[in-house]
Design a protein around this ligand. Sequence first.
Ligand SMILES: Cc1cc2nc3c(=O)[nH]c(=O)nc-3n(C[C@H](O)[C@H](O)[C@H](O)COP(=O)(O)OP(=O)(O)OC[C@H]3O[C@@H](n4cnc5c(N)ncnc54)[C@H](O)[C@@H]3O)c2cc1C
Length: 379
Amino acid sequence: MAKPDRVIVIGAGIIGASCAYHLAARGQQVTVLEKFDAPAEGSTGRSFASVRGQWSDELNITISWESIQTFRDFEKLYKVDVGYRPTGYMYLVPESGWETQLQHVAFQQDHGVPVDAISFEDAQNKTPFVQDGLGGVTWGAADGVVDPYLATNAYISMAKSLGAVFHMKTEVHEITRTEAGWSIRAGDSIYEADYIVNCAGGWSSETAKLAGFDIPVEHFRRNIYSTAPNSTPVHPMTIDLNTGFFLRSEGERLLFGLARADEPAGYNTSVDWDWMETVMETGGERFPWLLDTPLDPTGAWAGTYEITPDHFPILGALPEEPTWINACGFSGHGVMQAPYVGKLIAEELCDGKSHSIDIEPLRINRLRDGNLRSETMVF
Ligand SMILES: Cc1cc2nc3c(=O)[nH]c(=O)nc-3n(C[C@H](O)[C@H](O)[C@H](O)COP(=O)(O)OP(=O)(O)OC[C@H]3O[C@@H](n4cnc5c(N)ncnc54)[C@H](O)[C@@H]3O)c2cc1C
């Protein structure tokens, strides 16, 4: 058998954990370096934890739907329940977008995703809303939630059982290309590697810069607000496509939010209380009952999306340096895409190229050449 490559994975979020597992399962000698005290302390642990197969872009549909099926089958495959629950996902679609949305539904169905247009009556029974200006509603029955902590830790345990080594509180701060490969100074130690897999989330441009590469990923804050417990019946994930306002139940609370478009990039995890009034006004127009629901500031949190110029991830080896592999910039969708991405990255490293699907359109060159992709269903 060929000697395993020494692979350093930077970052123990859900993407790094999935990559580490899939690489270890392919026989590689994997070391994961993480700057925080524990795994999933970056975007992963601050996620809204929702998963969906409803996208407009074929690669987003495929990567998400493959991953959702893995979450669904996780217990059968790996003997761990990672909290996948098909609580459903409902899009309230404006009249102007309804024809196009029906085309997306047909496209999603062609890819095996269980999604349908449903009647306003059925939709109102799931979450009551003001119907003005809407053309219809779509429902993804297998969409829902997963537990990002459980999933990350499951991948880490499985990777460890295959020999992978994880170092927490070990920030990578220097990366040097050597004749033999890579030399990485992290924490108080130096690590040697044949390959580096950059899974540093919103910090990926900083880690790439240490090695002299330009990877365009930036942090943008997102806020989740919360009602008090016991204040509402159970609601599935519901998004008003007209505004991007979204809500869903979590236990006895209702969680909700809306992206703030005018906020500059930067890492910030304190809740934006100034923004909440706009969020309530916007949500209250479609869901007036929300305005009478008691809120609880202690249930709110904020984290950052790791955003690329076209909101698609950057995957695969750099053309100028095949031993540097990116798996970053998921732009707010990394939890629901992690299982399949780990498999693709292991193929890229072990087989010279991802082959389960063609990831060419997600490589860095699209951004360098100005061939940005387009996805209408990002919020
Ligand atoms: C409010 C919010 C809601 C979201 N909702 C959803 C959702 O519903 N569904 C969904 O799929 N996604 C959602 N996301 C996005 C999702 O959380 C991310 O896409 C995903 O977690 C990215 O995972 P990651 O492993 O790439 O990044 P991260 O989880 O950020 O992990 C990167 C890791 O790299 C480490 N690192 C960085 N630099 C270094 C260094 N120099 N040395 C060592 N370690 C380093 C960091 O400490 C971090 O732990 C949401 C995000 C937020 C903030």
